[in-house]
Design a protein around this ligand. Structure first.
Ligand code: FDA
Length: 333
């Protein structure tokens, strides 16, 4: 692709992301999409089912290929305290289900699902309950990072929980935010476990790089910072059951970012299992198995549940081909 074609493609992706992140908040589009059988079937390419049992079956298949998992009960922006408590209870049940089934999986969750946007105290209470359960079962919880209006509150909930002694807890840093290098430095001081991603929301140019090339360059710089920081911290190993991850987790399907990380590992004299690569369920399965075959640990983010609409919209906005696929079926219909 020439330079012009490449710029056009990048602009299309930026427009799509903006459109689909807006649509993810629209009630009437949600109603239309979730009642359209074809969209529901397409969403299931990215979602491992509606029940925890279906998700555990999907994880078993991943585990058979040497791939770990992080399980996510879909939901975000819960609007009532009762729903926030119910979501936290679902997560503790999910930790039990992982334990009973013996699969190699930990848990990811969004704090807005358990009350962050309603009441930080309620959210802290729910988080503590889930972390206590994870600790009792020797498991690990990763707090996903949401849009920039929640970054400060999410980080402060994370640091509070860490200061209460909950160590089996990780956080996410998004390379599109200007603030991320400073946040990462702060997290690494406490040898915090970090998943690095590019960022999936639509942010203002005052807080985030608008250009994909800058987001990618920041991803590489943060990868280097994360690996050097983890090396300085002494690289505590992953647990033998595959549930507790190493400090650095690189969440991307971008082969150029993965190659950069592989080269950085070599340059720093670090072993392949000093990090783990993470990808989303249903995306680049070929790359997941290729990395496992090359000796790198891989974990897949496995979402399940009935609240798949906003997650699905973000996945559509990341790749024009997903949208053409949906649109062409809509018009065929
Ligand atoms: P990029 O978007 O450049 O895509 C690179 C290639 O990957 C594409 O060319 C395509 O081949 C493939 N690809 C990417 N997205 C695809 C899609 N939807 N469908 C099909 N192919 C696709 N974000 C966030 O803000 N907070 C969070 O907590 C998390 N957590 C998280 C966990 C894990 C395990 C992953 C992999 C990702 C996240 N994300 C996230 C999402 C992340 O920020 C980002 O939006 C997506 O990973 C897409 O970016 P890539 O790094 O893959 O690169």
């Amino acid at each position: 692709m020439g330079l012009e074609g490449c710029c056009f493609h990048v602009r299309i992706i930026a427009m799509l992301r903006s459109l689909f992140v807006s649509l993810s908040r629209s009630q009437w589009v949600q109603h239309a999409i979730t009642h359209w059988g074809f969209a529901r079937r397409t969403a299931m390419r990215f979602v491992a089912g509606e029940t925890v049992g279906e998700a555990i079956d999907a994880i078993r298949q991943l585990n058979r290929q040497g791939i770990g998992a992080t399980l996510d009960f879909l939901g975000e922006n819960t609007s009532s305290p009762a729903a926030a408590r119910q979501a936290a209870a679902e997560v503790t049940d999910m930790l039990d289900a992982i334990d009973r089934s013996g699969v190699a999986a930990n848990v990811s969750l969004k704090l807005s699902q358990v009350g962050l946007a309603i009441d930080p105290n309620l959210c802290a209470e729910n988080l503590q309950q889930m972390l206590q359960k994870a600790r009792d079962l020797g498991n690990f919880i990763r707090i996903d990072m949401e849009d920039a209006t929640l970054t400060d509150r999410t980080l402060s909930a994370y640091f509070n929980a860490r200061s209460q002694g909950f160590d089996a807890l990780g956080i996410v840093i998004q390379s599109y935010l200007y603030r991320s290098s400073a946040d990462l430095r702060h997290i690494l001081v406490q040898t915090g476990k970090v998943r690095l991603c590019k960022g999936a929301y639509q942010e203002a140019p005052q807080v985030a790089y608008p250009r994909k090339a800058d987001v990618d360059a920041a991803y590489d710089r943060l990868t280097e910072q994360l690996l050097v920081g983890a090396q300085a911290a002494g690289l505590p190993p992953r647990s033998a059951d595959g549930r507790i991850p190493p400090i650095p987790a690189l969440a991307t399907h971008d082969e150029a970012r993965i190659r950069f990380a592989q080269a950085a590992l070599q340059r720093l004299g670090l072993p392949k299992d000093a990090l783990e690569f993470q990808m989303l369920y249903g995306i680049r399965r070929d790359l997941q198995t290729e990395l496992v075959a090359a000796g790198y640990p891989v974990r897949v983010y496995v979402p399940y549940g009935t609240h798949w609409y906003p997650y699905f919209m973000r996945r559509l906005g990341e790749r024009p081909a997903n949208v053409w696929f949906i649109a062409s079926n809509f018009f065929r219909k």
